[in-house]
Design a protein around this ligand. Structure first.
Ligand SMILES: *Cc1c(COP(=O)(O)O)cnc(C)c1O
Length: 393
């Protein structure tokens, strides 16, 4: 089958086959790791489409073809990290242009815009993307990029992608959706009106906490040409081994996301019943303020769950330190469950910016272990809060 034929196959089938036909030279079923920097030419300027691996590499091409297919886009470019992909996208801007950013965008995205790009003359403002009236009011004539993340981190807020796209219908600004928390299996922003999709493939797409990478997917050929030119000029490319690990990860994306979502749903329900837990943040809960939008634009609700504990910062930090299966670590989206205290860990750098998170907030990346073990682990860890919350006599 060629790539056009795979286009008619279902998501799970394309995840395994799109861009990943057996190697024509050897019959290898799995895309080889083309660990080469250069390619022999038949004659001067006559080659097989590959000249130098900063520009192109066959393992990278396979990953790009697969990801474009999974997001329903015409093209994809992959990068050395999610932030390298983000930086490449910002090369579409020029001094004087304005970026509208979610007020709870990924901290690294905020840092890139506020600390690196703003001094080069890129203007930005922050807005609550969940409030479409606020978004309408914040769009300026100079706005060239609108940056949406959904679900957001760490409060798992949901932004109405179609709603924001409709606001931009008569405006030249491009709508970018950071789809890292959902993955293309659960949400395909291009189908909801986004112009570009960004991924940290480090998270669910890679899925095994063993590789860092990024991707941009889109449809506009002019944007592709510009991004490709700047990526080749600036060099933020992933190595073939990293592309291969990501390709291996995406083959199982569908089954992993089904299990992540099922486990997270059970964890959110369990937390909601605990006296030691104050509030649970999960878009799959009917009580989530934007549950209806989540149902409309997502197939399921992914594996991230946040909650606040009773008993203050000490209690929340104690829970995060007390779990045995949920390992205390930053990052997310791997098969193993992780727990963290955003205020002291991932979001410590936003202290003083107005984007602080609550001191009692705990964030879970729910893995694909057996749910009974995960619930038992949370139960024993929360018993610490119960003890801490009861004053000693
Ligand atoms: C991790 C992450 C990024 C940055 O990606 P890296 O691969 O760490 O550079 C961007 N957006 C979101 C939502 C992320 O979780």
């Amino acid at each position: 089958m060629n790539d056009d034929q795979w286009a008619n196959a279902c998501f799970e089938t394309r995840a395994i086959h799109a861009g990943q036909d057996p190697d024509p030279g050897t019959g290898a079923v799995i895309t080889p790791i083309f660990q080469t920097s250069t390619y022999v030419q038949e004659a001067v300027g006559i080659h097989k489409g590959y000249e130098y691996s900063r520009t192109d590499n066959p393992t990278r091409t396979a990953l790009q073809t697969a990801l474009a297919s999974l997001e329903g886009g015409a093209w994809c470019l992959v990068y050395a990290s999610g932030l390298a992909a983000t930086q490449n996208l910002f090369y579409l801007l020029r001094p004087g242009d304005h970026v509208l950013l979610s007020d709870d965008a990924y901290g690294g995205t905020y840092r890139l815009v506020a600390k690196v790009l703003a001094p080069w003359g890129i203007d930005f403002s922050l807005v609550d993307m969940g409030d479409l009236d606020a978004v309408r009011g914040a769009i300026r004539p100079q706005t060239k990029l609108v940056w949406v993340e959904t679900p957001t981190n760490p409060y798992l807020k949901i932004v109405d992608i179609r709603g924001v796209a409709d606001l931009l219908a008569d405006h030249p600004a491009r709508l970018v959706v950071d789809n890292t928390f959902a993955s293309p299996y659960l949400q395909q922003p291009l189908a909801h009106g986004a112009d570009l999709v960004l991924h940290s493939t480090t998270k669910y797409l890679g899925g095994h906490s063993d590789v860092v990478g990024g991707a941009v997917v889109g449809n506009d050929p002019a944007v592709f040409e510009s991004l490709k030119f700047h990526q080749n000029a600036a060099g933020a490319v992933p190595g073939p081994m990293d592309c291969w690990l990501t390709l291996r990860g995406i083959k199982t994306l569908g089954v992993r996301m089904d299990r992540h979502s099922a486990n997270a749903r059970a964890v959110a329900a369990f937390l909601g019943q605990q006296e030691t837990v104050e509030r649970v943040f999960y878009p799959g809960l009917e009580t989530h303020p934007n549950h209806a939008v989540a149902v409309r634009q997502m197939r399921d609700f992914s594996g991230m769950v946040s909650f606040t504990t009773r008993g203050g910062l000490e209690a929340a930090a104690a829970v995060a330190a007390q779990t045995k299966i949920f390992q205390l670590a930053e990052s997310l989206g791997g098969v193993e469950s992780l727990i963290e205290h955003p205020g002291l860990m991932t979001h410590a750098s936003v202290a003083g910016t107005g984007a602080e998170v609550e001191a009692t907030l705990v964030r879970l990346s729910v893995g694909i272990e057996h749910v009974d073990d995960l619930l038992a682990d949370l139960k024993q860890a929360l018993s610490v809060v119960a003890e801490a919350a009861v004053p000693a006599d």
